[in-house]
Design a protein around this ligand. Sequence first.
Ligand code: DOR
Ligand code: ZN
Length: 345
Amino acid sequence: MSQIDSIILTRPDDMHLHVREGVALKSVIPDTARQFARAIIMPNLTNPVSTAKMAQEYRDEILSAAADTDFEPLMTLYLTDNTSAETIKEAVASGIIKALKLYPAGATTNSDKGVTQIKNIYPALEAMQKNDLPLLVHGEVTAPEIDIFDREKVFVETVLIPLMVDFPELKIVLEHITTADAVDYVSSAPATLAATITAHHLLMNRNAIFQGGIRPHHYCLPILKRETHRQALIKAATSGSPRFFLGTDSAPHAQNTKESACGCAGMYTAYHAMELYAEAFDKANALDMLEGFASDHGAEFYGLPYNKGSINLQRKRWQVPDTLALGDEKLIPLRAGEYCEWQLL
Ligand code: DOR
Ligand code: ZN
């Protein structure tokens, strides 16, 4: 088979993205808008986006930061113990809320206002199910006795499976999956369940966290897993199954907050997201599966039209900058100073 050196895809969507707010938002939005037509915007701001009114204001801020583009932010709300059926009614009425996000309390960045007991949000989940509003889950349990590498598997077994039984019609996205256990469950579960997969979990295993020393820029949540899990993710992403689609989980943090005695979780991949995914699919000899994963399956799951226009990726080695700007601070992209094998034209 001859080598493929260039591919054209329908403009893709990033179905899981953190863009922050204020000057940081202004710095990062162009990176996403250059590649993606739309993105599902995560609501975990310092003051979480938990009402339709807050989402409206946040959407306006994003649109003004992306003013010279046709980028469309798809808004989400952050579920708290107090999210009521009334909040869901208002979300539906707003017309701009595409999903609600469940952060188990303490699971990750700005998750302290997250849900402490899933039963607390059952009235909200019932209203979501009735209105066909998807639930997005950060699928990790946070109990201190559970090993950090087992958090996702235990979440699937103890939280997700019972939830699917109690809400058989609720659309659920298990976000940024990292394990063969999650792949197996999503593949065998009813079609109301789908999953996003990041570029970093496709490209790296947990050795990357300790490559020659401790690497804060390779720390994210869910944490990188062992190689067998990475291989299961590659198989799922390149399978053509509509249940798996692209979500970068690109999560900008200023350099000093990552390179610290208690560094923040998150990798910045929005700068070169499609190039990283192209490399992962190319290594698996599955470039022909990239368009479904990046441009079709997410739109289908969310009931959105396919995007117009296309992007072109070429096999070409280029060097990732050492630093980017994040407002007045510095942002270290994944692979800073190293090379990518594919380039967006
Ligand atoms: O690594 C992560 N960073 N995982 C998350 O779930 C949240 C994100 C962030 O917002 O920084
Ligand atoms: Zn995230």
